[in-house]
Design a protein around this ligand. Structure first.
Ligand SMILES: [Zn+2]
Length: 408
């Protein structure tokens, strides 16, 4: 007879077998990957901060891994690029071509190609996602999903570049599974799902310093809430694949980029107030990264991705009535990323983990946003589906036949 304790353990083990997707005969643990998305990370701003030692956590990832520019799509913006990252297909193919598609705020129901979280879930990989742009309403995964940018709610009815609180979300679910929402409210609090709306020109006029400081204060509150959320999820709901994202950096850049009097749109009463505001966003991000890295051991892959960069406006852009309309509303925007030529504002990629080359710099624009999903699948030994346009970034691995990837 099997002792009671052993049989109980046996039944727990049987229950723990993956039921979502196909079962693997190989009991080898699945790779653990943490992806950190940063909206609009600009290497022109990051590099001096790295040199000054103000981003020690990112510097440690660079030292232990591979990094470089990430070629992005034309006229890049968050939903357009993130949906490309998810599916490795052209914007016209996956359907999320911008913030507004056919007069409606971009949402997951528009996604016409299978996203990476779905492919991973089907293969029995546990998936956790939080605050990733363009994931509202949330979709079922083999784990959890908390939506990010483009979540609609009170004081943010259209969902575009504003921040509803978790309890004030409307027009769809922000949390999967639904039961997790009460748990998050109880243990993390009623956090803002996306970054703060930028102030309007009218709000700013005559109160520039005050409005700027208040806005930056709110941004930090949101970032602190996000850090608490990420920490909670990584502690209480560990998953094989975790995708966390931040979006306040980009928003600060749009109207607080440190420009000079020669740049288009320069207004000393705004642009002279806090020249450090935008670089400070990355210093603050680095602290968030530090909190995330505490959850990563030498067997964890850490992937930091930026969907695009951000650059000051150029004179001729000011005359284009369609320029930067996505972010502007009435905010005096001085920097943007939806340039017709995406190569003007490449994103960036930082990867470290088992079998990833150390201190490797990827030159040029050889790596693209299309390559992210195939490379993530490769780490799990999953072949990229035919519709994917990108390739596995084999050059970042010690051997092209990645030892850690569970090859079939
Ligand atoms: Zn932006």
């Amino acid at each position: 007879m099997v002792p009671r304790k052993t049989s109980l353990l046996l039944s727990i083990l049987l229950l723990a077998l993956p039921v979502f997707g196909q079962q693997q005969s190989n009991p080898k643990p699945k790779p653990r990957v943490i992806v950190v998305g940063v909206n609009g990370m600009e290497l022109d701003i990051i590099r001096p901060l790295l040199l000054k030692g103000q981003m020690p956590n990112l510097a440690s990832v660079i030292e232990r891994g591979a990094y470089g520019k990430l070629r992005t799509v034309s006229a890049p913006n968050c939903p357009r690029v993130y949906s490309t990252l998810f599916t490795s297909t052209y914007p016209e193919e996956h359907g999320v071509t911008g913030f507004i598609v056919g007069g409606i705020t971009a949402n997951t129901n528009m996604l016409k190609e299978e996203p990476v979280w779905s492919l991973l879930s089907k293969s029995g990989i546990t998936v956790g996602m939080a605050n990733v742009p363009a994931t509202f309403p949330v979709m079922p995964v083999n784990g959890y999903m908390i939506s990010g940018m483009l979540t609609r709610g009170k004081n943010c009815e259209d969902g575009v570049l504003c921040a509803p609180k978790l309890s004030e979300v409307m027009g769809g679910d922000a949390v999967y599974p639904k039961s997790m929402q009460a748990e998050l409210l109880k243990n993390v609090g009623d956090f803002y799902i996306d970054c703060e709306r930028m102030p309007s020109a009218a709000d700013l006029k005559g109160h520039e310093s005050e409005v700027i400081d208040k806005w930056l204060g709110k941004v930090q509150v949101i970032r602190d809430q996000q850090t608490k959320l990420f920490d909670y999820l990584l502690n209480e709901h560990p998953t094989n694949f975790t995708f966390l994202a931040q979006s306040c950096e980009d928003r600060a850049g749009h109207w607080l980029y440190p420009i000079t009097p020669f740049n288009a749109g320069y207004n000393p009463s705004i642009n002279n107030v806090r020249q450090d505001a935008f670089p400070n966003q990355y210093i603050a991000f680095d602290k968030v990264l530090g909190a995330i890295l505490k959850h990563a051991d030498e067997n964890t892959y850490v992937v930091i991705i930026s969907d695009h960069g951000i650059k000051p406006l150029r004179e001729f852009e000011e005359k284009d009535p369609h320029a930067h309309m996505d972010h502007e509303k009435t905010t005096p925007v001085i920097a943007k990323h939806d340039f017709a030529d995406g190569d003007d504002v490449p994103g960036s990629l930082f990867v470290m983990g088992p079998g990833v080359k150390h201190d490797l710099r990827l030159m040029g624009l050889g790596a693209s946003v299309y390559d992210v999903a195939p490379t993530l699948l490769h780490i799990y030994g999953i072949e990229q589906p035919k519709q994917m346009r990108g390739r596995v970034l084999t050059e970042i691995f010690e051997s092209s036949d990645n030892k850690v990837a569970a090859k079939k």
